[in-house]
Unconditional design. Structure first.
Length: 53
């Protein structure tokens, strides 16, 4: 049975920090894509009304 040390070592803290930083950029990219998609989707009813005239 392995011994479990509940106190994280500095290496683990560094890994967590690096992982968080590595996810920040994709998160920003996805948030931008989502906002652009939402804006385009919000414009569709206007285009539909123009076509219906």
């Amino acid at each position: 049975m392995a011994f479990y040390d509940p106190a994280p070592g500095p290496e683990l803290v560094e890994q967590i920090t690096a992982r968080r930083a590595g996810l920040d950029e994709p998160e920003k990219h996805l948030a931008k894509q989502w906002a652009e998609g939402r804006a385009e989707r919000d414009e569709l009813p206007v285009a539909e009304r123009v076509l219906a005239r």
